[in-house]
Structures are given as structure tokens and as C-alpha cells.
Design a protein around this ligand. Structure first.
Ligand code: HEC
Length: 195
């Protein structure tokens, strides 16, 4: 009798009782979405830089990055965004959970872990209920330095300053973690089909 009760209890444990193995399908879906986001954005960015240099490409980051994030969010029913400890656009600022993960990414990077594959995910209890949260580190490549590096061309710097007077996203070096993709997936309440 005792044992049956225990088994029944274990079966109804809410989703945050899940091991990482149970969350793996959600992590895999998140990875695929992040890959989409990255390929889309990098393609548009490279093309714009080739056509008109960094001054021209600022618009891609300003307009297309949030547009791709919004499209993915609508398509998946998730919240998909980019964030950083040093943001250019204040609306990309991290929340407390994201800040902790970003700080941890910096530590892991300093310890020699490859930032290309660095990620973190878990189920987090929010006021609306449990959600699945996923973050994937974004390493700084050479291409990024024209707008996020230590020495930025004067014309680019002037345009960035005009658009983002509170810009903190400068002074990065190749290999630094520039920020992260961040995904929140709603979870169906415990006991329902999913999970
Ligand atoms: C042509 C200039 C330019 C280049 C090159 C560029 N960025 Fe940005 N980046 C921006 C702008 C402008 C924003 C602000 C976008 C917005 O308003 O949401 C931004 C924002 C970001 C953000 C969101 C967080 C924040 O700071 O607001 C991340 C992450 C980021 N860039 C990473 C990268 C990476 C990684 C690369 C290289 C692959 C890169 N950027 C190359 C101009 C650039």
C-alpha cells in the first residue's frame, strides 16, 4: 500500500521534478530555433556588410534581429529574444534568471569551455506557473568587432551613439561571450498530456 502511494505520488510530481533527460526534447527544439535565428541574422548581416559596410548593416541588427525574434516567438508560441550583460538596446536587458546564467557563461568561458556549444536550461517557477527556459551563449566573432569591439570606425560609432545613447555593448574581444539567445517555453500544467 505504501509503495503504491509513493509510486502514485512520483507520477504526479510536477514538471520541475523532471530530470534533464525529460527536458531534452524541449532543449532540442530550442537549439533548432536558435540555429534558425542565427543563420538568418548572420546571413542578412554579412550581406549588408558586404554591400555597404558596418554603417549600412546597423539597420539589420536594429530591425531584423527583433523581427526574426518576433516571428519565431509567434510561430512557436514561445518568447524568443537576445540578451547580454552589456546591452546596446535597453529592451534586451536580462531579467534576474538570465543575468545569473550569463554570469555563469562568462565563468565557464574563463574556465576554457567552448562558447560555441555553451547552453543552459531548466524549468523555472514563474508567477504564471512553471516554464521551460533555455539559453545559448553567443560568442564574439571577428565580424562582430566592427560594431562591438574596442576600436570602432568613427562613422559607425557616431551612428550607434545617435541610435543607442546608453550603449554598453562595446569593448568586446573575439572569443568573449557577447550575449545569449534566450527562450521561454510555456509548459502545460502538471498532469496534462505533455512532459
Ligand atoms: C553593423 C553593426 C553590428 C555588427 C557587425 C554586429 N552587431 Fe550586434 N548589435 C548591433 C546593434 C545595432 C544592436 C542593437 C539591436 C537592437 O536594437 O535590438 C546589436 C545587438 C546585439 C545583441 C543583443 C543584445 C544587445 O546588446 O542589445 C547581441 C547579442 C549582438 N548584437 C551580438 C552580435 C554578434 C555575436 C555579432 C557578430 C556575429 C554582432 N552582434 C555583430 C550592431 C551590430
Amino acid at each position: 500500500m505504501r509503495r503504491t502511494t509513493l509510486v502514485a505520488l512520483l507520477l504526479t510530481v510536477p514538471l520541475f521534478g523532471c530530470s534533464n533527460e525529460d527536458l531534452e526534447p524541449r532543449a532540442e527544439q530550442s537549439r533548432a530555433a536558435v540555429k534558425d535565428f542565427m543563420l538568418n541574422l548572420k546571413g542578412a548581416l554579412k550581406q549588408a556588410m558586404e554591400q555597404g559596410g558596418a554603417v549600412n548593416a546597423i539597420a539589420v541588427c536594429k530591425e531584423q534581429a527583433p523581427a526574426i525574434a518576433d516571428d519565431l516567438s509567434t510561430q512557436k508560441g514561445w518568447r524568443v529574444a537576445r540578451t547580454s550583460l552589456k546591452v546596446r538596446n535597453p529592451s534586451n536587458a536580462p531579467d534576474d534568471w538570465e543575468r545569473k546564467v550569463l554570469e555563469d557563461f562568462d565563468k565557464r568561458n574563463a574556465q576554457g569551455e567552448n562558447p560555441e556549444t555553451m547552453e543552459y536550461y531548466e524549468v523555472v517557477e514563474e508567477s504564471s506557473g512553471p516554464v521551460f527556459r533555455y539559453m545559448k551563449a553567443i560568442p564574439t566573432a571577428h565580424l562582430c568587432l566592427e560594431c562591438h569591439g574596442e576600436s570602432i570606425d568613427a562613422a559607425v560609432a557616431a551612428k550607434l551613439k545617435a541610435l543607442y545613447p546608453a550603449d554598453q555593448a562595446r569593448g568586446f574581444k573575439a572569443g568573449d561571450i557577447r550575449g545569449a539567445f534566450t527562450i521561454t517555453q510555456p509548459l502545460t500544467p502538471a498532469g496534462e498530456a505533455e512532459g
